[in-house]
Design a binder for this molecule. Sequence first.
Ligand SMILES: *[C@@H]1O[C@H](CO)[C@@H](O)[C@H](O)[C@H]1NC(C)=O
Ligand SMILES: *[C@@H]1O[C@H](CO)[C@@H](O)[C@H](O)[C@H]1NC(C)=O
Length: 449
Amino acid sequence: MRRRVALCLVLFAFAGLHAAAVEAVTLSTSSRWIVDDEAGGRRVKLACVNWPSHLEPVVTEGLGMQPVDAISKKVASLGFNCVRLTYPIALATNASLSSLTVRRSLLAHGLAGAVAGVEANNPGLLDLTLIESFRAVVDSLGESGVMVILDNHVSRPGWCCADDDGNGFFGDRHFDPDAWVRGLGAMAALFAGVPNVVGMSLRNELRGPRQNADDWYRYMQMGAEAVHAANPAALVIMGGLGYDTDLSFLAARPVDVSFAAAERGKLVFELHWYSFADARAWESEDANEVCGRVARGVARRGGFLLDAGFPLFLSEFGADTRGGSRKDDRYLPCAAAVAAELDLDWALWALQGSYALSTWRLVSGSTMHVAVNATTTTTPSRDGGGGLLCLDVGDDGRSVVTNPCRCLDDAAAGECDPETQWFKLVTSTRSPATGAAAAATVARGLIAA
Ligand SMILES: *[C@@H]1O[C@H](CO)[C@@H](O)[C@H](O)[C@H]1NC(C)=O
Ligand SMILES: *[C@@H]1O[C@H](CO)[C@@H](O)[C@H](O)[C@H]1NC(C)=O
């Protein structure tokens, strides 16, 4: 418990003071620092939280739960000065999608409950189109003084990320590079005059069998120029390969874009760092060794860019902080210390507590394993269970948590005890009669049987 408190202090210490109301912030780079042009080049440290809008309904998560202005105020009051707001490129390239209303899109995904939630909490958004609603979220954040980075998370709306989901790399089934460049340009143009939009993340977590550095330069430079042409004020943020874990190829060949050499540059790189990339090591090896080794890997694959004169944005990190995950308990203090030492700009994953669309299903012969496919950027579980998380009983023996599903693998089934992951939804029970009456009832029942 004490450790967790100490950790919070570290995180908020590097959040720094959060900004007051954002009025047309223009950020640029000055060597490895992000600076505010209007404030005479004063350093601005991004202390962001991710907020997803890229899932199937393309409705920003949580709008069915709380009024958008309350969420924006909460973001600011927690000490974040910015949100990395995700979107699918289809929002910019597919007019029949972006012109759907929030109501129709939610209903198309069977989310009548979410419609009722939006009606109660954000009635003004329900009949806006998806792009208008997205814009309303950006504006609401602006009113609370929160900067926004627009992050193209996927092409087609949906969960991110898997190697083979067709959204991973240029040329994949759902990832047409030309449409993507067009979409980035359109999105940049649409938000060019919006005062709190300070940057555009070109693409989240490039990955998969097609990924290669040559195509990375070719298309990322095109995407970057399209964004810069449409909105020269915005920071242009580039992630690397391998799910945004690897920018090492830049050591040999710098990015060639028209705006990198300016006195005040716009080019920023982003990196992701989660425990699952080194799950086995965090769980089973000497934590001192693992922290040192993993941190050196992060320096080699991204940290070196600071010395090369570019800001590095740790745009996704995060952990299960409930205290039941050994790998996360070890990784998070290590990552937080590295981020503090390198004085990184950062964005926590994530703001939402749940997703409007998550499909729970029963996954074993017991019909009591209740699972959800959690193959997302936060929990691409490589701990078995094939990306499935199951309801489980927490360490306190009373709370309900999710853990990787156990005992689904036939080979080990005889040796494996799944009981803590067995759940039945019981909607009603009949109160028992007491004492003798109960005994008599049981006896009658037995006789009748
Ligand atoms: C555009 O969006 C609509 C509505 O979601 C969808 O039915 C259609 O398939 C999308 N078109 C393309 C080319 O993806
Ligand atoms: C979970 O979803 C991912 C991505 O859609 C898919 O590749 C994977 O096969 C799914 N896993 C299971 C067990 O359904």
